[in-house]
Structures are given as C-alpha cells and as structure tokens.
Design a protein around this ligand. Structure first.
Ligand code: PLP
Length: 392
C-alpha cells in the first residue's frame, strides 16, 4: 500500500506526533488553558510592525501580475534584498546572482541536497539535530550521518574527524541550534573550516559546509552569530523568515552560495532547477515581496530572552541540569530518568515536552518557549513535582 520507506518514516516521526496526540487528549480533558504545551516550535511572538506595513503597501499595488509565476531563482528585487542582508550578516560581499529565494529553509535544504547528492553520499550533522534533517537527506538518496557533540553541545572535533570520510559530501550545521540553543563560537567555525579544508585536500574534491541559520538573529546576552562565509569558501548559507519575522506559514527563505565556491555557476544552475522541479515551484510570490521589504526587520528578541531566563530559573529550582541556551527558543535539559518516562511524569502535571531521543539526544527533553511567560510560570510547581517523583 504505502512505500516501505515511508512506513519506516511514520515510525521515526512518531515522537512528536505522539506528543501532539497526548497533548490534544489532555487539552480536551482539562481545557487547553490548563495544559503547559512546550512541544511545538511554532513562533507566537508577533511579527515586527514592518510586516503589516509591507502587507499594506503590497495590497495597495493591486495588479494582476502580483500573483503571476516568477523567475525560478526569485524576483530580482527580492534577490537584491537578500544579497544585502547576507552581505551584512556574513560581513562578506554577496551579489544577487548568488542568492535564491526558497520555500523556507526547508525548501533551501532540499534544493541543496537535490543539487549535490549522488545516491549513497553522506551528510554529516551534529546530534542532537532538527528532526527533519534525516528525511531531507534521504529525500535525495543521501545517507544522514549524525555525529556526537560534547556534553555542552559544542562541536566535537575528534568525532567529526572520524565521521568525515570519502563518502561525505557535506557537513550540515545549525547555529543557534534547534533543539539545544547552542551557538557555535568563531573559533569553532574557524576550526571546522580548517578540518574541511584538510579533508577536501585529502579527497581531492570539496567537502561542502551547509550552514542552516534560521535562528541567526535570535541570540541573547548581546551575542552575535559568527560569519561562516569569512572562514570557508565551499559554503551554503540557508535561512528563512519563519523565526526572524514569525512567518513560518508563509514559507519564505533563501540559499546564499559563497561567491568563491568552486564550480559556483554550475551549482547555482542546479539549485535553481531543483527549486523549479521539486514540486513546490519556487518561493511564493507574495511572501517574496514581504521578505524583500522586511529583510532587515526582526521580532522582539527580548521576549524570548525573558522567557529563557524565567525557564532557566524554574529548571534550577526543580533541580534539572541544562546548558543555558544562547539563542533560538529551545531548552534541552537532561532528564533524571529515561526521557520517555520523564515526559509521562510531566504529562501527569499537564506539561508537554518532547523526548530528546526524537532529536538524537536521548536522556534529554526539548522544551520550546513559544508560549507566554505566564504559561512558563504556571509550569513551575509541575516541574518540581515531576523531578521529585522521578527521584523517588
Ligand atoms: N532548520 C531548523 C534548524 C529548524 O528548526 C527549522 C524549523 O523549525 C527549519 C530548518 C525549517 O524552517 P522553515 O520554516 O524556514 O522551512
């Protein structure tokens, strides 16, 4: 009936689905307002005011061409706006021809894998990781290869050195990270670039770096996400406006190709073709117009930072160990018992979390703070009781 690969996927994807189903049950039983749902990374912070201004301006134009098909790589004005954004963020001059508008970062990752991968080639990425990475790599006949990180979730260079082999096509990193909130340091990026140069030389071909950065500007404590383009030429930057502008449903993002990438023009042509043929048919026209007008705008990050601070205080009080997130909107604390069992104890307290094993990080839970501070505060006693029960 259904493809055996997809059957396997349904199993693999089951943790988040299970939590969703359990959550729906709890909400029906106790009322949605009684359940503290930290399971979904769906931004609730309002888009910045620039977005509604842009919407008004676009609607005022009201011409039929607004809704027409567009060039496969994106409207020229949108590519120009993205090039300006990437140039500033990467502190490296990128031109509009090196940027492609995509259906979110997800679309961006898929066109890169479509363009690069031969069947069986591996994509190495640090664990814990964004659950969809494995699916995206396998969509294009690649092999996902998670590699462990250090206990503080920073890059483990010994593990990376071993994981990168003749079969490796690319390394995929995500900083600030979903699910850990870890931001890789400038030194980590420089060391990674040195390792990739060494491997590329040994293999006689490039090992690509793919930097998935949808949380680039969601950083706390005055931190700044380091440039990857300044360190390594065979790099793709992937990003989106799902988190920076709270527009995940509008499906808008981009891929930027390093100006000095080897075979850049052929790779750009492959990416643009992949954008056309994967079924989503390029980036949505309306969303490209919004993104172009709001490329440098940002949600109020201080809201996430306050939530992080409150959540950390609650976890301290409950006695859960965690690495303090430097960005994004997730916490990934260690569990005192098996992660699935601990999620069950939390459910008894009407708290929804996702077991870390779903993200390649068993013995942890993922908590998304895309909910109001009042809900985080309401979970305080529940966390304390769940930890006490786990220790009994
Ligand atoms: N990469 C990471 C690390 C994510 O967390 C997400 C979404 O949660 C994506 C990519 C996909 O985002 P988009 O909505 O831009 O496709």
């Amino acid at each position: 009936m259904i493809a055996s690969q997809v059957k396997g996927y349904l199993e693999r994807a089951s943790w988040i689905r299970k939590m969703f189903e359990e959550g729906a049950k709890l909400k029906a039983q106790h009322g949605a307002d009684k359940v503290c749902d930290f399971s979904l990374g769906n931004p609730d912070v309002p888009p910045p005011p620039e977005v509604s201004e842009a919407l008004k301006e676009i609607l005022a134009e009201d011409r039929p061409e607004l809704h027409a098909y567009m060039p496969n790589a994106g409207f020229p004005f949108a590519r120009e706006a993205m090039a300006e954004k990437v140039s500033r963020e990467q502190d490296f001059k990128v031109s509009p021809e090196e940027v492609i508008l995509t259906c979110g970062a997800a679309g961006g990752l898929n066109i890169i894998f479509k363009a690069l991968l031969e069947p069986g080639e591996e994509v190495v990425f640090p664990a814990p990781f964004f659950v969809e990475y494995g699916f995206y790599v396998e969509n294009h006949q690649g092999v996902p290869k998670p590699v462990s990180t250090k206990p503080d979730f920073s890059l483990d260079f010994e593990a990376l050195d071993q994981a990168i082999t003749e079969k490796t096509k690319a390394i995929l990193i995500n900083s600030p990270n979903n699910p850990t909130g870890r931001l890789y340091s400038e030194k980590d990026i420089a060391d990674l670039a040195a390792l990739l140069r060494e491997k590329s030389q040994a293999f006689g071909r490039p090992v690509y770096l793919i930097s998935d950065e949808p949380y680039r500007n969601l950083v706390f404590d005055g931190l700044k996400t380091p440039s990857v383009f300044r360190h390594y030429a065979n790099t793709f930057v992937v990003s989106s406006f799902s988190k920076e502008l709270s527009l995940p449903g509008e499906r808008i993002g981009f891929v930027a190709v390093h100006p000095d990438m080897e075979n850049k023009n052929e790779i750009l042509a492959a990416l643009i073709l992949a954008n056309r043929i994967l079924g989503f048919v390029n980036a949505p026209a309306f969303a490209q117009r919004i993104a172009a007008k709001c490329a440098l705008a940002l949600v109020d990050v201080s809201i996430y930072e306050r939530r992080r601070n409150l959540f950390c205080e609650i976890l301290d009080e409950a006695g859960l160990e965690y690495v303090k997130p430097e960005g994004a909107f997730y916490l990934f604390p260690k569990t005192p018992i098996d992660d699935v069992e601990f999620c069950k104890l939390l459910q008894e307290e009407l708290i929804l979390a996702v077991p870390g094993r779903g993200f390649g990080g068993p013995g942890h839970i993922r908590l998304a703070f895309c909910v109001d501070e009042s809900i985080i505060e309401r979970s305080r006693e529940g966390f304390i009781r769940a930890v006490q029960k786990a220790r009994e």
